[in-house]
Write a protein that binds this ligand. Structure first.
Ligand SMILES: Cc1ncc(COP(=O)(O)O)c(C=O)c1O
Length: 393
């Protein structure tokens, strides 16, 4: 099979599949709404994934599972092959999802009431993982330039370290601002954290979505002590409903502390279909993924053109990776609530900016471009209607 533009343009009908993105969205916001929000893609997973699931499903028992060497080896080989990152079986711990890993890190590496650094705007569950484990958010917001490109503010990070922060959560590559952090940026951050002996948990779920010539750099390739990486095949190969991820940690003390928290909470992994699907994706998904990356790069270029043409007052943050575009619509003068009401009325649903930070997300929307290009075109046209019309009411 060839994973070209035609293949990804085809997309697929997802209604009636218990899809959060489609079914839940249309139930809540209207049956014709175009969902451009939650981060999964309107493309089929690689054919090898479906074949692996069907094959296993054909055997009529679905009992307790064992995670075997080839499950870990598929992950190890994929990261070595695609990112040049090396780790061993002993470094891997399977968990249900990446957000589980954020929470385990908070529980294992800090005490109730301790401060944890995040960098808003950032994927909402970062903040929730801190607050819902009884820890305190210490924000060191990213800074942005006039083009909407974001950078880390190391002075702000240091201020929070001086104020006693005990852990930092990094999003690498960054959702929603789609920065792909460079080795130099990551090293500077690690040097700073090391001066205060504060560990870093790095959410690397978007590692595979990086547009050339940029290259993904894992914190694991820079440092072994005091770092944990969270990864999954779920985002890359569209498998989020299977609930399988890993934390990778070469620091034995941290690894043990996180595994102890898992034991306390009874957290287990090894869903029978997730094991089959993930192994197939890592072992046989390269051609599909290469095709996807080429398609997404073109989709990003299309989005940038459409925004220029139809939304002249909007600022689209340059996308270095992910399939998530960050749109600054403040120049249109609407509050975030107004933006959500207007877009709903115009028949399109984006992720509300304030999900990523109350202050930094105000007046912003996040658009998911992991879909056939005709949906991106339609979404931008509906957004234009939402921004332009309706003043008469
Ligand atoms: C940065 C980031 N981390 C984690 C997740 C969720 O991962 P999981 O479903 O494995 O918890 C997402 C999903 O959008 C994400 O963007």
């Amino acid at each position: 099979m060839i994973f070209n533009e035609e293949y990804f343009d085809e997309g697929l009908y997802r209604m009636g599949t218990r899809s959060e993105k489609w079914d839940a969205c249309r139930k809540e916001h209207g049956e014709n709404v175009l969902p451009m929000w939650v981060a999964d893609m309107d493309f089929p997973s690689p054919p090898a994934v479906q074949e692996a699931i069907l094959k296993r499903a054909a055997h009529p028992t679905y009992c307790y599972t064992e995670i075997e060497a080839d499950d870990d080896e598929a992950l190890i080989n994929f990261w070595q092959r695609r990112h040049g990152v090396t780790f061993g079986r002993e470094d891997i711990t399977m968990i249900p999802c990446v957000v589980t890993g954020l929470r385990l890190a908070a529980l294992a590496l800090t005490q109730p009431g301790d401060g944890i650094i995040i960098q808003s705007p950032v994927y909402g569950p970062f903040r929730m993982s801190v607050e819902e484990t009884g820890r305190k958010v210490m924000d060191a917001p990213l800074v942005r330039d006039a083009n909407g490109r974001y950078d880390m503010d190391l002075a702000a990070v240091e201020k929070q370290l001086q104020a006693g922060a005990k852990l930092m959560m990094l999003c690498n590559p960054q959702n929603p601002v789609s920065r792909v952090w460079t080795a130099e940026e990551l090293q500077a951050l690690l040097d700073l954290l090391n001066r205060y002996n504060v560990p870093l948990v790095s959410d690397e779920i978007h590692a595979d979505f990086v547009f050339a010539p940029r290259q993904f750099v894992s914190v694991m390739s820079l440092q072994e002590k005091n770092v944990v990486a969270l990864c999954a095949a779920s985002k890359t190969f569209n498998l989020a409903g299977l609930q399988q991820a890993d934390f990778i940690c070469k620091d034995e003390a941290i690894r043990t502390a996180m595994r102890n928290e898992m034991d306390k909470a009874g957290v287990r992994s090894g869903n029978i279909f997730a094991l089959e699907a993930t192994r197939a994706a890592y072992n046989e998904g390269d051609a599909w993924l290469d095709g996807l990356l080429a398609y997404l790069k073109g989709s990003y270029e299309l989005l940038a053109d459409l925004v220029k043409q139809h939304l002249p007052k909007a600022v689209l943050t340059p996308m270095e990776g992910t399939y998530l575009g960050w749109l600054d619509l403040r120049a249109y003068g609407y509050t975030t609530d107004e933006l959500m009401q207007r877009t709903e009325k115009a028949g399109v649903y984006f992720t509300v900016g304030t999900f990523f930070g109350q202050e930094q997300g105000e007046g912003h929307l996040r658009i998911n471009i992991g879909c056939p290009r005709r949906n991106i075109e339609e979404a931008v046209l509906r957004l234009r209607v939402a921004l332009e019309n309706g003043d008469e009411e």
